[in-house]
Design a protein around this ligand. Structure first.
Ligand code: UDX
Ligand code: UDX
Length: 457
């Protein structure tokens, strides 16, 4: 079968690479309107960093995995089309700041209808508000030229940094469809694709609305656990309890479980906040004020946690950060990715710049250009003004050289393995360390003279 995926991003690229790897008899073409991105997928420097991704892409590319800018041609020859374009939070008009912006999804539907030339199975991969499939179907059918379209919902649950493992060994694959014979037959074709490597009992089918809603709810529940433990981290700091010990104790209750209980500088990423906002908007739309307020609280707590880190730094460093050099260790929203979307590190940096600190930023995977673009957008500063406040460093030691304080904002493994004697020798005294991810060897740091502040301790 010929399969097309529209959107060569963090979701579309890795997902299609794994399908190509596991289904050598299917031909998968990933298309994107962004030609530079397609060129990068066709080069030796892939636009997305994920452990294990290169091996799979290099193995399948040119065999049964292709990256192309020829959107219409690819749609025309494909039987199944995944829609994996971005659905950012709307920044304008009705629902601005909350609702998902579906303009790209609608554009895709119109393009599929225009170029189809035959029946198609359209698979929603992008995270979408409940009942989007209905809109997709209407756009497709209104422009169908007599062709049949089946719309399926197949939300992606991969997490960045572990995308390949999550795709190879998913907890479940969810496929939502209508229950007409044609829709069920389309659903079975997609089940066949996944069942090449996913045990059949892990492929869950449901009605299309449940599938769409499950993705939002899944992310909302995960984010809610982080805001819950972060709320407790503040209480730990004032009571002398240790949040990691509390998380360990409660995580051993099998009803709670140990995962997603790591207190942090706050959650980031392209999904959690966007999906929570989307859920809040849906609740409000249906007149459910209390559920809307409940889920909105998860976001408010996360914003508060990001601000709290900076407030602690100011208080510890004699109530002023002006002209002090702060080494920022990590800028990605989590380790093992080069993605900075909604990274808590960016918000912390913005607030530090507002305090007139000087930042020396190092991240092992994020490009200097991406860091500066994000900070420019968040601070509203001109390039030159930003350059006078922020330097991007080639490694952790150069960022730390001459710094008054360090802040770990992403949990990259290499930060825990630094030579801290060398580090403290190169820093101003007293040397402050703020561990926003609780990954540093705290006892060692204290014993060699750091004033250490960690989350929830
Ligand atoms: C995106 C959404 O953020 C997520 O909610 C959804 O579940 C899957 O798609 P991601 O892959 O991380 O996730 O987004 P991104 O890396 O921005 O990739 C989207 C790609 O779609 C971009 O490369 C963009 O150029 C492309 N695109 C967008 C099109 O090809 N056509 C369009 O009309 C719009
Ligand atoms: C998330 C979901 O996990 C995934 O299923 C969905 O498909 C997309 O959204 P992602 O955003 O890529 O994935 O990463 P995730 O591992 O969920 O981390 C999100 C944020 O939460 C990161 O900033 C991370 O550092 C933070 N986090 C995670 C914590 O602060 N504490 C934790 O215990 C776990």
């Amino acid at each position: 079968m010929n399969i097309c995926c529209i959107g060569a991003g963090y979701v579309g690229g890795p997902t299609m690479a794994v399908i190509a790897d596991k289904c050598p008899d299917h031909v998968i073409t990933v298309v994107d309107v962004n030609e530079a991105r397609i060129a990068a997928w066709n080069s030796s420097q892939l636009p997305v960093y994920e452990p294990g991704l290169e091996e799979i892409v290099f193995n399948c590319r040119g065999r049964n995995l292709f990256f192309s800018s020829k959107v219409d041609e690819t749609i025309a020859r494909s039987e199944m089309i995944f829609v994996s374009v971005n659905t950012p939070t709307k920044t304008y008009g009705l629902g601005a700041g909350k609702a998902a912006d579906l303009k790209f999804v609608e554009l895709c539907a119109r393009r599929i209808a225009d170029s189809a030339g035959g029946p198609k199975i359209v698979v929603e991969k992008s995270t979408l508000p409940v009942r989007t499939a209905q809109s997709l179907k209407r756009v497709l059918h209104a422009n169908s030229n007599g062709h049949q379209f089946q719309v399926l919902s197949n939300p992606e649950f991969l997490a960045e940094g572990t995308a390949i493992r999550d795709l190879l060994e998913p907890d479940r694959v969810l496929i939502g469809s209508d229950d007409t014979p044609e829709a069920l037959s389309a659903r079975d074709k997609l089940v066949d694709v996944y069942s090449r490597w996913v045990p059949r009992q892990k492929i869950v089918t449901s009605n299309i609305w449940s599938s769409e809603l499950s993705k939002l709810v899944n992310n909302a529940f995960l984010a809610q656990r982080i805001s819950s433990i972060n709320a407790i981290s503040a209480l730990c700091e004032v009571t002398g309890a240790n949040v990691d010990e509390v998380a360990d104790a409660i995580g051993r209750d099998s009803r709670i479980g140990p995962k997603f209980l790591r207190a942090s500088v706050g959650f980031g990423g392209s999904c959690f906040q966007k999906d929570l906002l989307n859920l809040v908007y849906l609740c409000e739309h249906y007149g459910l004020a209390e559920p809307a307020e409940y889920w909105n609280g998860v976001i408010r707590l996360n914003d508060w946690q990001k601000r709290r880190v900076v407030q602690r730094m100011i208080a510890a460093m004699f109530n002023t950060l002006a002209e002090k050099r702060i080494a920022i260790l990590g800028f990605a929203f989590k380790k093992d990715t080069n993605d900075t979307r909604e990274s808590p590190a960016a918000y912390v940096c913005r607030d530090l710049i507002q305090e007139e600190a000087r930042l020396a930023v190092y991240d092992p995977r994020v490009s200097p250009g991406a860091i500066l673009t994000d900070l420019q957008q968040l601070t509203g500063l001109q390039k030159e003004d930003l350059a006078s406040r922020v330097s991007i460093e080639r490694d952790a030691y150069s960022a730390l050289d001459g710094a008054h304080g360090l802040a770990v904002l992403t949990e990259w493994d290499e930060f825990a393995r630094l030579d801290f004697r060398r580090v403290i020798d190169s820093m101003r005294k007293p040397a402050f360390a703020f561990d926003g991810r609780n990954i540093l060897p705290h006892e060692e740091l204290r014993s060699i003279g750091f004033e250490l502040h960690a989350v929830g301790r």
